[in-house]
Design a protein around this ligand. Structure first.
Ligand SMILES: Nc1ncnc2c1ncn2[C@@H]1O[C@H](COP(=O)(O)OP(=O)(O)OP(=O)(O)O)[C@@H](O)[C@H]1O
Length: 310
């Protein structure tokens, strides 16, 4: 339904998006996950035809949206990161304004406004001025605005960043409902792994402008099938021990945690005796040792060498 073909964007000499190929099928909910600066917003701006790609294309049902941006605007709802509302107008007046921009007929507009307000749970606040709303409520009105013209694809750019838990839950629920009941296709960017795990059928992991992995949860977890992760709680910190663990054969990565180490090692490697021996030598006691059940966060760490919220 929606796909990008070798989509790229260079700002001066910085490649913000580098040969991105992704697709969203009808009724599918797809996550675009990446740390700050990965290129998610730039990708979305190009898909929404707000930004011209340096090269590549975006196709909707096989037609280039670069050649025909009007078509994608008709079927796409975009919820940007920045709140784009008039503070001095009420929620209802704002939606009325957006409805006119979308050219929704006067006869349909009022019922559409009530429907989208209900969807985001703010019908009872519609007469109040936007400037009296919390950040989370403003974002919900932004979502309502993006839904007025009944888009086939809804793109949300980190919609839950910096907002209260109640609005966050509301947003996640709204997105789920749109996807499940109305078969709206979703492209959802986030750096909250748990949201993407909850909401999305498939995930693209993006870093430094490129897609580094994609698939459903079990496909992504299988990337880690060659490795095991261990948490080791230690009685004290020892630089020498950390260095020694890093040198153990089959240990791929060692990170310091609050009370010890997180060790990623090749599956079925026998590093434990070397670890115990090294700890003894440095006078460090191993208080607790546990193997971790991997999560998508671990896949991300494995692929990019950093945590999603770094
Ligand atoms: N207009 C611009 N001019 C120059 N560089 C830009 C511009 N827009 C984005 N960039 C750069 O492109 C890279 C990707 O930015 P982008 O905003 O797409 O990332 P992101 O994954 O959406 O990050 P965030 O999670 O912080 O929103 C960054 O290094 C950013 O500094």
């Amino acid at each position: 339904m929606l796909e990008t073909i070798n989509l790229s964007k260079t700002f001066k000499d910085k490649k913000a998006v580098d040969d991105v190929n992704l697709y969203v099928n009808k009724g599918e909910s797809v996550g675009l996950l990446g740390p700050n600066g990965a290129g998610k917003s730039t990708t979305i701006s190009m898909i929404s035809s707000l930004l011209k790609p340096t090269s590549g294309d975006v196709l909707f049902n096989g037609n280039s949206i670069i050649k025909n941006p009007a078509e994608i605007r008709r079927v796409l709802g975009v919820v940007p990161q920045e709140i784009a509302l008039y503070e001095e107008l009420s929620a209802h007046e704002n939606l009325n304004f957006f409805g006119e921009i979308y050219k929704i007929s006067k006869g349909d507009l009022e019922s559409r406004i009530q429907e989208v307000l209900e969807m985001v749970g703010l019908q009872h606040r519609q007469k109040e001025l936007i400037k009296t709303f919390s950040g989370g409520m403003k974002r919900r009105i932004n979502i309502a605005a993006a839904l007025l013209h009944q888009p086939k694809v809804l793109i949300l750019d980190e919609p839950t960043v910096g907002i209260d838990p109640q609005s966050r839950n509301h947003i996640l629920e709204t997105v789920r409902k749109l996807n499940e009941q109305y078969e709206t296709s979703i492209l959802y960017t986030s750096h909250y792994m748990e949201e993407v795990e909850q909401l999305c059928d498939r995930v693209y992991i993006m870093d430094h402008g490129s897609i580094v992995a994609s698939g459903n949860k079990s496909e992504l977890l299988s990337i880690l099938s060659n490795d095991d992760t261990f948490h080791v709680q230690l009685s004290k910190r020892s630089e020498k021990l950390i260095d020694a663990v890093r040198l153990i054969k089959d240990v791929r990565q060692v990170d310091e945690t609050e009370n010890g180490l997180r060790i990623i090692a090749k599956k079925r490697s026998h590093f434990l005796s070397t670890l115990v021996h090294g700890a003894e030598k440095e006078g460090v006691e191993i208080i607790h040792f546990q193997m971790e059940i991997p999560s998508l966060e671990d896949v991300f760490l494995h692929l990019t060498g950093k945590s999603l919220r770094d």
